[in-house]
Design a binder for this molecule. Structure first.
Ligand code: MN
Length: 515
């Protein structure tokens, strides 16, 4: 079907400049169970600014004291990005935004009959008047006004255009059509934004999509191709219900699939995703596009063989593009090529015979339904190759203090390459304090980071066995390890130390491992 038929040939391309409006700290924070302190919001805002987004929606100034404080704090940081606060269409909300010293206001006005009738009990005529008055009020307070139509995608298009026009005439600088309940399809999105671009005289038209049907990213890109020149998105796709459009997915899809580069430092995406996950407590699903743990992890023998010859065979983008690392995970699908590569990085050079035996034992463990950690692979290789087990780090002693009205504190004594080292640290709890103490003891010699920490009780009751699985990272290498104990502190330390041992073990150190 030709674009001509739709009368929108003019817009079927991506605009020269696409603005990135990040709403991780507002819509993302509306994720059930997420509540960020003002300090943590500032930490995320600083990273978003480094990333290069155009607008940071810092919060909803009128919602609470903490939110007001967060928006104020972020506005004071002197960031390059424009700082925005959300607001309902009430004078009190607009005053709060002005008081917060935000640069701009995201003024949200419901436009669907459903919302008008049941949520705010106003007629179309009344909401038109409110829109005009509130836009004028916000402009009078010196704010940049981004006028947002809530539930726009279920609104009468004629009324939607009428309301936007009213707002633009009153001084609105930008408009947003929100797919509040995620019901757009790429085709509908294209049609809607082409119509809005044709009808409205406003420099910036933004799309705001939710992911209820898993189409938020596709709908956002369709809107950008039809006439929108800004998108709202969140890190990790956080947001109410199924979340908002994911910022990292839109940015990388535009760059890799549409050859459209935004001014975004994409190599920061992975670390920001990790930070947001840590501070919000919402895990990134392992198979999440772009930033999931498995996005660059390979197990299958067929894949790893191709991958080692040329990464393009099984990776559409390189991990470096988003600041991630490739990992070849041992398991029952592993082939000897992947195992050999992992062992080479540990300085091990098994013979063909030994390699076969190692691969066989790895498969046996996998066949029993068990996860094969990198630490297990190392232990298997050491056994098969008859090596004396080198454990660079060994725990000698640990003391942990925790309780009420006491700061959790730990001290450890370890041997690091046969030399004794000590460390002490605080933490938010006994596990955190112990891991911090280990880090303190070895940090100067070994810059190793704990990237993932998962704990589960494998039996019921308070005397349950606890299983801790960790991913440790040193430079561009990662290793997984597990600890199983009745004591959660000991299980955690076992996992962490065993992960560090994998990353610091290096046999036959004459030759440096290949990257
Ligand atoms: Mn939303």
């Amino acid at each position: 079907m030709s674009d001509q038929k739709w009368g929108i040939a003019l817009f079927n391309h991506l605009p020269e400049k696409i603005r990135v409006f990040d709403t991780t700290l507002r819509d993302g924070e509306q994720t059930p169970g997420v509540s960020l302190t003002p300090e943590n919001k500032v930490r995320i805002a600083q990273r978003l600014d480094e990333l290069g987004v155009d607008v940071i929606e810092a919060g909803f100034a009128a919602v609470s004291k903490g939110e007001m404080e967060a928006v104020k704090l972020i506005a004071q940081q002197g960031l390059k990005a424009e700082i925005c606060s959300a607001s309902r269409g009430t004078t009190g909300d607009i005053d709060a935004v002005a008081e917060s010293n935000a640069d701009s206001i995201h003024l949200i006005i419901p436009t669907s009959d459903l919302h008008l009738k049941y949520k705010i009990r106003k007629t179309r005529k009344q909401i038109l008047k409110i829109t005009q008055e509130r836009v004028e009020q916000a402009k009078n307070r010196g704010l940049i006004v981004e006028l947002s139509a809530e539930d726009a995608t279920r609104s009468d298009i004629k009324f939607l255009i009428e309301l936007f026009t009213k707002g633009i005439n009153a001084g609105a600088d930008r408009i947003v059509a929100c797919d509040t309940v995620g019901v757009l399809t790429p085709e509908k999105s294209f049609e809607l934004f082409a119509k809005l671009r044709e009808a409205l005289k406003v420099p910036v038209i933004s799309v705001h999509c939710h992911n209820d049907f898993g189409m938020a990213v596709a709908n956002s890109i369709a809107a950008l191709r039809a006439g929108a020149n800004q998108f709202h998105a969140t890190i990790n796709g956080l947001g109410e219900r199924a979340g908002n459009a994911s910022l990292e997915e839109i940015v990388i899809a535009l760059k890799s699939l549409y050859k459209k580069d935004l001014n975004i430092k994409t190599d920061l995406l992975y670390s920001i995703s990790q930070l947001v996950s840590r501070l919000t407590g919402i895990h990134v699903q392992p198979n999440k596009a772009i930033v999931g743990e498995n996005a660059f992890t390979h197990e299958s023998g067929i894949h790893t063989q191709g991958l080692l010859a040329n990464p393009l065979t099984y990776e559409p983008i390189s991990p470096e593009l988003v600041g991630g690392t490739r990992r070849i995970s041992p398991g029952k699908h592993s082939g000897s090529a992947g195992i050999k590569d992992t062992l080479t990085k540990m300085g091990l050079k098994p013979t063909e015979e030994q390699l076969k035996e190692i691969a066989l034992r790895v498969k046996n463990v996998g066949d029993k339904g068990k996860l094969v950690m990198d630490a297990d692979l190392l232990a298997i290789a050491e056994t098969v190759m008859g090596l004396k087990k080198v454990k660079p780090i060994q725990l000698k002693e640990i003391t942990v203090v925790s309780g009420d009205k006491v700061t959790p504190t730990a001290s450890v004594r370890l041997t690091l390459n046969k030399k004794e080292v000590c460390g002490a640290a605080f933490g938010v709890g006994p596990v955190d304090a112990s891991i911090n103490a280990v880090k303190a003891a070895i940090l100067e010699t070994e810059p190793i980071h704990l990237e993932k920490y998962h704990v589960k009780a494998i039996t019921g009751g308070t005397d349950a066995m606890v299983e801790v699985v960790v991913t440790m990272r040193k430079g561009d290498r990662k290793a997984t390890a597990m600890g199983v104990r009745e004591d959660i502190v000991m299980a955690s330390l076992e996992a962490v130390i065993s992960g560090i041992n994998v990353l610091t073990t290096f046999y036959n150190s004459k030759e440096k491992p290949k990257k």
